[in-house]
Design a protein around this ligand. Structure first.
Ligand code: C2E
Ligand code: CA
Ligand code: CA
Ligand code: CA
Length: 280
């Protein structure tokens, strides 16, 4: 009994320590948002199978903290969501990514590239999200069809506000991708009721394609469903040539992962993009 009590106390302490850390991180994130240079975006190519030609990129945020070093988004995005900072942060991300995409669109060598941006549940449900996206597209001059909003199925599941926002995004002519598909508490019915264009098949299922029939089953089912519903599918987290080859054989036409390219700065990405344009 006493043992159990001790464990709970330790657990509470751990919780307290973490909430203090989160509060600190929140305050520092607020500061970083107002400072130039701590936050930046990197871009990871989305490529065709089997050619490996870049059709677009996904923007991923990075926080270079002056003392703590590089903090991964998995640590500070949840804090940003809890504190509400995700709203101004998300606004900054959307603007920055759209401006980058518009710059690439103006350059004949990179003109055909699309931009995908992660939008969290809280940001999507914020009233006026589609209007904000419309303003960003207008100000940057980016063609709406070149812009994809990536949302998780959890963000749209059971939320009328999120569904309304997705319809608004579609009305602008921008695209919607369901991220990490298969990992949340979704139902396949969501694919029919929700305005969605692209399914991003989670890495956990991609990892299975070179395994047993059971391990590969979900990746196989998902490509069949997307093809029947006329959705595009992107295989996420491809790390080996063998995975790329099997995915192609299963019918996947788009992929993303370290095997093709790690997320990189616009300067590092540019030569890859122009090479893609020349190969076309
Ligand atoms: P996500 O949207 O599923 O992004 C894909 C993550 O997988 C990225 O991690 C990417 O670097 C990583 N990845 C890509 N290819 C591979 C691979 O072959 N192997 C492995 N092991 N990993 C791969 P990252 O950049 O750390 O982002 C983690 C998550 O944080 C993202 O998952 C997304 O949910 C969130 N996130 C990142 N940037 C943003 C943002 O700008 N806004 C919002 N709201 N969330 C973001
Ligand atoms: Ca994503
Ligand atoms: Ca994902
Ligand atoms: Ca993920």
């Amino acid at each position: 009994k006493d043992h159990g009590k001790g464990r709970y106390a330790a657990y509470d302490l751990e919780l307290d320590r973490r909430s203090v850390q989160h509060a600190e991180l929140g305050a520092e994130l607020r500061q970083a948002l107002g400072t130039h240079g701590q936050l930046h975006l990197v871009y990871q190519p989305i490529v065709t199978l089997p050619e490996g030609q870049i059709t677009g990129v996904e923007a991923l945020i990075r926080w270079q903290h002056p003392q703590r070093g590089l903090i991964p988004p998995s640590e500070f995005i949840p804090v940003a969501e809890r504190t509400g900072l995700i709203v101004p942060l998300g606004r900054w991300i959307m603007r920055e990514a759209a401006a980058q995409a518009a710059a690439w669109a103006d350059d004949p060598a990179t003109a055909s590239i699309t931009m995908s941006v992660n939008v969290s549940a809280r940001q999507l449900r914020e009233p006026g999200f589609p209007e904000e996206l419309a303003a960003v597209l207008h100000e940057t001059g980016l063609e709406p069809s070149r812009f994809t909003v990536e949302v998780t199925e959890t963000a749209v599941f059971d939320s009328d506000a999120a569904l309304t926002a997705l319809r608004g995004i579609h009305r602008l002519g921008a695209r919607v991708a369901l991220d990490d598909f298969g990992t949340g508490h979704s139902s396949l019915g969501l694919l029919r009721t929700c305005p969605v264009d692209i399914l991003k098949v989670d890495k956990s299922f991609v990892d299975g394609v070179t395994g047993t029939a059971e391990q590969a089953a979900i990746a196989i089912s998902l490509i069949q469903i997307t093809s029947t519903l006329r959705l595009a599918a992107v295989a996420e987290g491809v790390e080996t040539a063998e995975q790329a080859e099997v995915l192609h054989r299963l019918g996947y036409r788009l992929a993303q992962g370290f095997y093709f390219s790690r997320p990189a700065s616009p300067g590092q990405i540019y030569p890859l993009l122009t090479r893609a344009a020349h190969a076309q």
